[in-house]
Design a binder for this molecule. Structure first.
Ligand SMILES: C[S@@+](CC[C@H](N)C(=O)[O-])C[C@H]1O[C@@H](n2cnc3c(N)ncnc32)[C@H](O)[C@@H]1O
Length: 238
């Protein structure tokens, strides 16, 4: 596994940052919400204490990579009152939707990194994240673009470094080939083990796994999503 904290590789983000022009309410949510809940990486290249990112005290820190409009993230905040969630999303329309929709009493348990999750992961300490979600990530279906997929060796290294022992990594997709890719890459990486042992468990969401917008779109288009649950292996201790 590579360590990324001392010599972070330059980050290159593919995909959209802005879509339709924002409605006034949404741009207001962005203008007021990002200074309050947005994460800025220290300019000196220093690290970040994830617990310090929240205005409320939390007992665990979870991470959602590519939260889209934030529906899943909000449901997880509602269901887990002791958890703080860091959401990473470079698409500003999505960030504004989350900021607009998150209930006021949950804002203290939300922190937003409006950019590439890899850059944030490089600033987090080892062994600090209790759960990670990578739900319906961009599929990059063309062969020459597959190296842009979020689940790939160097990002699995980043997750392996920052996730706690036994922490769960949840991934979903409605693209069959990407499901296979995410399964194979994670299973072969060496720091994670597959949690679903029963037949066809990967066909169903667990009850504590709210639906996402892209999942709904995929199902409406006749595709059958896969739901993958891995856990960080226990670290070898001397
Ligand atoms: C297909 S959408 C899925 C959104 C949401 N998870 C859902 O299921 O409805 C994938 C999202 O991942 C975001 N994304 C892509 N690369 C990312 C990265 N490196 N870090 C964080 N988010 C990323 C995109 O901007 C996009 O909004």
């Amino acid at each position: 596994m590579t360590q990324n904290t001392e010599n972070p590789t330059p980050h290159r983000l593919y995909g959209r940052r802005m879509g339709r022009r924002l409605h006034e309410t949404r741009s207001h949510a962005l203008e007021t919400g990002l200074p309050e809940l947005g994460i800025t990486l220290p300019e000196n290249g220093g690290g970040i204490d994830p617990f310090s990112l929240f205005h409320m005290q939390v007992s665990e820190v979870w991470l959602e990579v590519g939260f889209g409009n934030g529906e899943h993230l909000i449901e997880q905040l509602k269901a887990n009152p002791n958890v703080g969630i860091i959401g990473c999303e470079p698409f500003m329309n999505g960030v504004s939707a989350l900021l607009n929709d998150v209930p006021a009493d949950m804002r203290g348990r939300l922190a937003i990194y409006p950019d590439d999750a890899a850059a944030l992961l490089d600033r987090l300490p080892e062994n600090c994240i209790s759960r990670t979600f990578v739900l319906f990530p961009d599929p990059w279906p063309k062969k020459r673009h597959r190296k842009r997929r979020f689940i790939r060796e160097e990002n699995l290294d980043r997750l392996a470094r920052t996730m706690k022992d036994d922490a769960e990594l949840r991934m979903g997709t409605d693209i069959r080939e990407l499901g296979f890719w995410m399964f194979i890459h994670t299973a072969r990486h060496g720091a994670f083990h597959f949690l679903q042992k029963g037949p066809h468990e990967w066909r169903r969401r667990t009850p504590d796994w709210p639906e996402t917008r892209y999942e709904q779109k995929g199902i409406a288009a006749g595709r059958r999503p896969v739901y993958l649950r891995f856990a960080r292996n226990l670290r070898q201790r001397p």
